[in-house]
Design a protein around this ligand. Structure first.
Ligand code: ARG
Length: 457
């Protein structure tokens, strides 16, 4: 029998039921639904909308349901339409008529808006903790590789020398922004919609501020129509998760590349690698490939909800029930990816020698060679041309700028002397880039300290 039996016979076609019922997924919000109802019932008692005795009975009944769900003594009845129906039905089964007063001055429309806001805000807290753990792991690994020179790339071509620490800290900066975005979204999520009713508020003298206080929310929604039809906070979270996943995917792509025999910059621990069913020699980075692959489904979740919302007339429409599966999928995906990347990062072995060898082979100190000539009074554009000639000579002779004899340098410009070798030494190249944000070990050490301070707050 449906909650809304009365107007109608109460029985619907089983096929409509399959389409309409949300208990299969919204049962995840059981705890939030009960805690929201406890706050509502407490306020109903305090304002005298229901008697103090009934309010106390309802609150105790709801607390019992929550305890029994948590202990496993009570199972959710999956034949109910949704989690709200289940909780109210179970309450009335337990405490009788007082249970029927819980929904006074409330609609499932403002109720579900509250439940999602509570659920998402809990999930954001969990996500922030996981993003912090990954960022902390990256800081620790970076600290151990402050002096390990590697090629920095543009266009995936060796460009200029950086360090592994500097490269890893770039991802920490992304994660810090992700965390900041999630916290910002949390602020807009913790706005209390109860009192909006179905859409037009209610005639009962509800104390909305009191419910807000009981739930620890930041404020109450300002318009009852908006209160039941706003899902901006859900879209923001999906957008934030999409950006987060894009970051994890870029990092994953680099790890995939670095695991290849072509790079050989990193070896993943066996516990975080997989094999092939046919090729005995294979050790595959499935983990990072999956993080990269799963990014697409989170984008899909964002597009699904944006599309569901785009032409909805005010106020609540059942289309909005589609928010939950998209949100849950995106949250589960992002949580899992963060959770598995952290130990992968901590247990990976980075091959500083291979990075250094790659850095030595790519003429990535050519800019420094030109800058050296500028220091000798040669205009930059000429210095650039002279260095280009030297690189060509090196390629012809199969050598590097470091190994090229001084006569070869002096043959193209008399401005060169012995000092050029110090100027193009890779570690020197890195160390001289010590401005804030640069790759010099001293600058990256400061960056790590700043990031850790932000993670601690
Ligand atoms: N299951 C619904 C949802 O997730 C709850 C709200 C139902 N409201 C209604 N008027 N049918 O959106």
């Amino acid at each position: 029998m449906k909650l809304w039996a009365g107007r109608m016979s109460g029985e619907v076609d089983e096929r409509l039921n399959a389409l309409n019922a949300s208990i299969g997924f919204d049962s995840r919000m059981a705890k939030q639904d009960i805690l929201g109802s406890i706050a509502h019932a407490t306020m109903l008692g305090e304002t005298g909308v229901v008697s103090a005795a009934d309010s106390a009975k309802i609150v105790a009944g709801l607390q019992g349901i929550l305890a029994d769900l948590e202990s496993g003594a009570l199972e959710i009845d999956m034949t109910c339409e949704d989690i709200h129906t289940f909780v109210e039905g179970e309450l009335t089964r337990r405490i009788g008529d007082a249970g029927k007063k819980l929904h006074t001055g409330r609609s499932r429309n403002d109720q579900v808006a509250l439940d999602i806001r509570m659920y998402l805000s809990d999930q954001i807290d969990a996500l922030v903790a996981r993003a912090k753990a990954l960022a902390a792991a990256l800081c620790d690994v970076a600290e151990a590789h402050l002096h390990d020179v590697m090629p920095g790339y543009t266009h995936l071509q060796r460009a200029q020398p950086v360090t592994l620490a500097h490269e890893l800290m770039a991802y920490v900066q992304m994660l810090l922004r992700d965390i900041d975005r999630l916290r910002d979204c949390r602020r807009r999520t913790r706005v209390m919609p109860l009192g909006s009713g179905a859409l037009a508020g209610t005639t009962y003298p509800l104390d909305r501020q009191r419910v807000c206080e009981l739930l620890g929310f930041g404020g109450v929604t300002a318009n009852s129509i908006d209160g039941v039809s706003d899902r901006d906070f859900a879209l923001e979270l999906l957008a934030d998760l999409s950006i987060l996943m894009m970051h994890l995917s870029r990092f994953s792509e680099e790890i995939c590349l670095w695991c290849s025999w072509e790079f050989r910059f990193v070896t993943l621990d066996d516990r975080f690698s997989t094999g092939s069913s046919i090729m005995p020699q294979k050790k595959n980075p499935d983990l990072t490939e999956l993080v990269r692959g799963k990014t697409g489904r989170v984008y899909g979740d964002l597009m699904a909800l944006l599309t569901a919302m785009k032409a909805l007339p005010l106020a609540y429409n059942k289309d909005m029930q589609e928010d939950k599966e998209a949100l849950f999928d995106a949250l589960d995906t992002a949580q899992l990816c963060l959770e598995v990347l952290e130990p992968m990062v901590r247990t990976a072995t980075f091959h500083a020698g291979n990075m250094r060898a790659a850095a030595a082979a790519g003429f990535i100190n050519a800019t420094d060679c030109a800058d050296y000539l500028v220091g000798k009074g040669v205009p930059f554009r000429d210095a650039y041309g002279i260095t280009g000639q030297l690189v060509r000579t090196c390629i012809e002779r199969g050598t590097t700028l470091e190994a090229l004899p001084l006569e070869a340098y002096r043959a193209v410009s008399p401005a060169f002397d012995e000092g050029v070798y110090a100027a193009i030494d890779l570690l020197n190249c890195v160390e001289r880039r010590s401005l804030p944000g640069g790759p010099a070990p001293s600058a990256v050490a400061r960056q790590i300290a700043d990031a850790r301070a932000q993670l601690a707050d």
